[in-house]
Ligand binder design. Structure first.
Ligand code: HEM
Length: 414
């Protein structure tokens, strides 16, 4: 593909935006560390290239102590306790392009704002989104290739659908959707191209401000209208808070769902007997989704800052330390899951950490699960005998800061 074409392709850009080093499997090293201790102090050499680059960019030469939380119990203890382990550190990273969103808030501000926002994610809203947005978007994409007998499920289905869902949910005018998709990609380019990230942040701010001004005058049933008029104990969201939340949805809502549904397809397609079982018995879909999230969490880790000298699972952590909380490691903790590296939709049900835990647990997890269900069911209904293309060159999941397959070439009967 020529450079000029690459420049215009949101998919290539997206992967480049994430491309801080390619890590095929971080799991053997995480397992080795986890067997040694529930948390580990990271030396610069331990850190993967992307992490090092981000660390240097954010803290200059003077890096604070870095730890990685590895065991399920350590991860749960840290995420449960927002007072000892603050989220404010995001203000130095992704917050620079998102603005002051709930992601970087601590209590009590966080609970107040989250309480207002949560009203927009009601059960009724979810049903409306499923029937009026997610299902038509997913089926519209499948229409484009269903008669062809082959497709790349990533590029043609799992990559484009979640961002389209978010654009519709927010109530952006149809003519802005392509620009929204491009800006959503550029926004998260912050670590490799800060100027592009900041420009995208500004452009999104203006795009949302136009919609918001309109919805304050004439509300409709979209997310921005609901947020503009929602109230909790007399508290309302100002324009800045709504703008920051809308910007957060691009990485939080679109990118994670694209990757988790790709990982789910990969898990099933590379285990055809489990795919067959799901095809025959659709009541297995929810447990397949949870196993996909546990086995390959799209967002392998998040960060917290330690607010005081403390101890977690017997390991001393100084105030100011940055903790990389590895959900990927927690989800493969052998003391909690038998044969943790295996994808097995029939394993005994146990909660996982892919959506995090505690006060910041993913606000969109029910939406994410619904989107995964809709896309998987639609693929099974409409693409008979769906299977990996045997000619495909080594399809696999990859990535360090985010994980998913770059392509999923499939065949199906027509
Ligand atoms: C499978 C897909 C998804 C995964 C794996 C995922 C994962 C996560 C994780 C790990 C967090 C915690 C971040 C932290 O505290 O540092 C989070 C927070 C969040 N997620 Fe998701 N997410 C997914 C889908 C979605 C969707 C579809 C939406 C909404 C449209 C969404 C909206 C949010 C929001 C608003 C937060 C911030 C919550 C808070 O700070 O209180 N997510 N998500």
């Amino acid at each position: 593909m020529s450079e000029a074409t690459t420049e215009l392709d949101p998919f290539e850009r997206f992967n480049r935006a994430q491309g801080l080093g390619t890590v095929r499997s971080p799991y053997p090293r995480l397992a080795e560390w986890r067997r040694q201790a529930p948390l580990r102090r990271l030396q610069l050499d331990d850190m993967a290239a992307g992490m090092r680059l981000q660390g240097r960019m954010l803290f200059g030469g003077e890096l604070p102590p870095f730890f990685v939380a590895l065991s399920h119990d350590a991860v749960a203890e840290i995420l449960r306790d927002g007072e000892r382990f603050s989220s404010a550190g995001y203000a130095r990273t992704i917050g620079r392009v998102l603005g002051h969103s709930i992601l970087e808030m601590d209590e009590p501000e966080h609970a107040r704002v989250r309480g207002v926002i949560q009203q927009a994610f009601s059960k009724r809203a979810l049903e409306h989104w499923q029937h009026d947005l997610v299902s038509p978007i997913v089926n519209g994409l499948i229409d484009r290739f269903a008669a062809r007998g082959h497709a790349d499920l990533v590029r043609e289905l799992t990559f484009p659908f979640p961002v389209s869902v978010i654009a519709h949910m927010l109530g952006l005018p149809e003519q802005d959707h392509a620009t929204f998709h491009r800006l959503a990609v550029e926004l998260i380019s912050l670590a490799i191209d800060p100027a592009l990230g900041f420009a995208a942040s500004l452009a999104l701010r203006e795009m949302f401000a136009r919609v918001l001004a309109e919805r304050r005058r004439v509300p409709t049933d979209d997310l921005i209208s609901v947020l503009a008029h929602a109230e909790l104990d007399g508290a309302r969201l100002d324009d800045e808070a709504i703008g920051a939340f809308a910007r957060l949805l691009a990485p939080a809502g679109a990118e994670t769902t694209y990757r988790s549904s790709s990982n789910l397809f990969f898990g099933l397609l590379s285990h055809p007997e489990q795919l067959d079982a799901v095809r025959r018995d659709r009541s297995l879909v929810p447990q397949a989704i949870e196993e996909g999230l546990r086995w390959e969490s799209p967002l392998p880790g998040i960060q917290r800052t330690c607010t005081r000298d403390t101890e977690v699972q017997g390991v001393a952590i100084p105030a100011g330390a940055i903790i990389l909380v590895s959900m990927a490691s927690a989800n493969r903790d052998e003391t909690r899951y038998e044969r943790p590296d295996e994808f097995d939709i029939f394993r005994p049900a146990k909660t996982h950490m892919a959506f995090a835990f505690g006060p910041h647990r993913c606000l969109g997890m029910h939406l994410a699960r619904m989107e995964s269900r809709v896309v998987l069911e639609a693929a099974l209904d409409r693409l008979p005998n769906l299977r990996l293309d045997p000619e495909a060159k080594d399809p696999h999941i990859t990535g360090e800061l985010f994980r998913s397959p770059l392509e999923l070439p499939v065949l199906f009967d027509t």
